[in-house]
Design a protein around this ligand. Structure first.
Ligand code: NAG
Length: 303
């Protein structure tokens, strides 16, 4: 290959990347630093159970709000120069140990100023705390050539590209049940969001938007995998003068992703403005027993 060909290929590779980014139609990286984010994890070497925390100051990010219904139209430019219908995304990269033991890669601190469909359930300002199992780079390849509207992929026709078809391939067990999600979950095909996946949650059990105050668990599906695990909560949960607390245990249908949280809680501290997400579960790998090296290892094998 001569130099000119190499340069041409490099150029084309660059163009391809850019077009994939443009396919998403939005920036997934944003700026997470304004949330003053941090995380921590401890893993019990005997049980392999992890306890992990993510600390986020949602108020410090000062998210834009629509001033009225007109801002929730395509013509509006009221939310950071664009329509408040668009989600505003910010990716926070989790620490190395957090990634290693939980399998989670980064957190999308994603603000939905007007809410999003189904509007009778989620049509008010809220946070989508997408905890992705894949890198931001991998998310740039999650796009459709056929969009139904600016926000979601067309789910009624077969997508022409492989990346688009992957939205509608979901992991199920031998009985046809969606795997690695709670038994109450089902997938809503009309939620295939580029950069994310198809959303699954307890569709029947979700309260109406007028009563929505607490976190709701959502999971993202793409190409048979679980793309993200997401607490989604209205802005009321992470603002105001009183402490907020929510907790839940989770069990998953035909669980094959061992590290999915079996317990989680969220606490909003009005004094600091910080919200703490706690997740607990089985680490996807066990930490090596302190310094012991070989002896630690062989005793574990015997168990
Ligand atoms: C979660 O499970 C633990 C252990 O079984 C139980 O003590 C606790 O009450 C449960 N919490 C919730 C919120 O259901």
């Amino acid at each position: 290959m001569n130099l000119r060909t190499s340069i041409l290929l490099l150029f084309l590779a660059g163009v391809k990347n850019t077009s994939a980014t443009n396919m998403l139609g939005f920036d997934i990286f944003g700026d997470s630093s304004k949330f003053d984010p941090s995380d921590s994890i401890t893993v019990d070497p005997d049980t392999c159970e992890y306890h992990a925390e993510v600390h986020i100051n949602f108020g410090a990010a000062d998210p834009p709000f629509p001033s009225g219904p007109d801002d929730c139209t395509m013509e509006s430019t009221a939310c950071n120069g664009q329509s408040c219908l668009y989600e505003i995304r910010n990716a926070y990269k989790l620490s190395k140990a957090f990634r290693k033991y939980t399998g989670f890669n980064h957190v999308g601190l994603d603000w939905s100023p007007c809410g999003h469909p189904p509007l009778d359930k989620f049509g008010k300002p809220h946070w989508n705390m997408h905890i992705f199992r894949v890198s931001p780079k991998a998310r740039e390849e999650v796009y459709c050539e056929d969009m139904l509207n600016p926000f979601i992929c067309d789910f009624m026709e077969e997508q022409p590209n492989i990346e688009g078809r992957k939205f509608f391939v979901h992991g199920t067990d031998k009985d046809g049940n969606l795997a690695n999600v709670p038994a109450s979950f089902s997938a809503a095909l009309d939620t295939a969001v580029p950069g994310e996946g198809v959303h699954a949650w307890d569709i029947e059990g979700t309260v109406d938007v007028s009563a929505w105050l607490e976190p709701v668990l959502i999971e993202g599906l793409y190409d048979g995998r679980i793309q993200f695990w997401e607490p989604m909560f209205p802005v009321e949960f992470v603002t105001g003068d009183s402490e907020k607390f929510y907790e839940s245990n989770e069990t998953y249908v035909s669980k094959t992703i061992v590290s999915l949280p079996s317990y989680w809680s969220m606490t909003y501290n009005p004094d600091t403005g910080v919200t703490t997400l706690v997740i607990e579960g089985k680490a996807q790998i066990c930490p090596k027993n302190s310094k012991g090296g070989k002896s630690g290892k062989s005793s574990r094998i015997r168990k």
